[in-house]
Design a protein around this ligand. Structure first.
Ligand SMILES: [Zn+2]
Length: 304
């Protein structure tokens, strides 16, 4: 090859490389929203009204995601220290662009599922197993309702393995909610993310070896293209939500009831909590929520 042609070729290769790394074409380089660009004053109820949903009980900070304040841990499951945590706790400004391969209910952050894809409504319970998981299972059984349980791996050892066995035996769907509930999971390396998910699946499968775990829920709903893609590589779809009563913050039983009943529509995925603290308000609210929703919707677990 003539030197001039070689130079042209090298220039062309460099140009292509630079372009592919800066335009976000591959879905991984999407520019995250800078921390603090959203109001940090948003509460779960705001979030619910906007369809964004709430976060979780872990650090006492609700949605809307993304919010820099969500990375401040003071709760039950401390967030692991990270040099990246203060700079990269925010979510992308918009969900990942639609892909022809994504189902039509993948409109949550980074292409996560935020509706059921049908008129049916799915109840999902996070942060268990916990001290109220048995009561939640009792109520679901009483009404003949199947739900989805998003399990925190490190909590499994604190409770009877019978709770995990019951979730499966009763016909509920399992979801991986990571090992340590790291709200900054999106800032970790691919290996760290994979480890959080694998360790949880291993802990579940040590109790129920053949149970499918088809879903992943990012702590706090802080999905990123990387956490979603790692989960997908392990056979798990990312599961967001669009109804969030912030029950983890114990706003009062009536508040939980009113929020869920007024915001649930055909196709909704409802987020509640069976673990992560005292969930007696949630249990009490379910006594009203379950028969009401059952009279208005078909209630399903997310499909296996
Ligand atoms: Zn959670």
């Amino acid at each position: 090859m003539a030197p001039r042609h070689r130079r042209l070729l090298i220039t062309l290769v460099i140009t292509v490389l630079l372009t592919s790394c800066t335009t976000g074409d591959n879905g991984v380089w999407t520019q995250p929203r800078a921390a603090g660009t959203l109001s940090a004053s948003g509460t779960g109820s705001d979030a619910t009204a906007s369809g964004q949903g709430g976060g979780g009980p872990i650090n006492g900070t609700a949605k809307p995601r993304p919010s820099a304040s969500r990375s401040q841990g003071s709760g039950l499951y401390p967030v692991s220290p990270s040099p990246l945590s203060s700079a990269t706790s925010a979510s992308p400004s918009t969900p990942a662009p639609p892909s022809p391969t994504l189902p039509n209910n993948a409109h949550g952050p980074a292409g996560s599922l935020n509706t059921t894809g049908s008129d049916a409504v799915a109840l999902t319970f996070d942060d268990g197993p916990g001290g109220n998981t048995g009561q939640v299972l009792d109520l679901l059984k009483q009404y003949g309702i199947h739900a989805t349980f998003c399990i925190i791996g490190r909590m499994i050892g604190d409770y009877s393995p019978d709770l995990i066995r019951r979730i499966v035996a009763d016909g509920h769907t399992l979801c991986n909610h990571t090992w340590s509930h790291d709200l900054n999971l999106r800032t970790r390396s691919e290996d760290q993310i994979r480890s959080e998910l694998q360790r949880t699946n291993d802990a579940i499968h040590a109790i129920v070896p053949d149970a499918p775990i088809k879903y992943f829920r990012n702590p706090g709903g802080n999905f990123s293209p990387l956490t979603v893609s790692v989960a997908a590589s392990m056979g798990m779809q990312s599961l967001d939500w669009n109804v969030d009563p912030s029950d983890w913050s114990r706003p009062g039983t009536q508040s939980i009831i009113n929020n869920v009943l007024s915001h649930t529509h055909a196709g909704s995925i409802v987020l509640m909590h069976d673990g992560g603290g005292d969930r007696s308000q949630t249990v009490q609210a379910l006594r009203t929520i379950l028969p009401n929703l059952q009279s208005r919707f078909t209630l399903i677990p997310m499909p296996d």
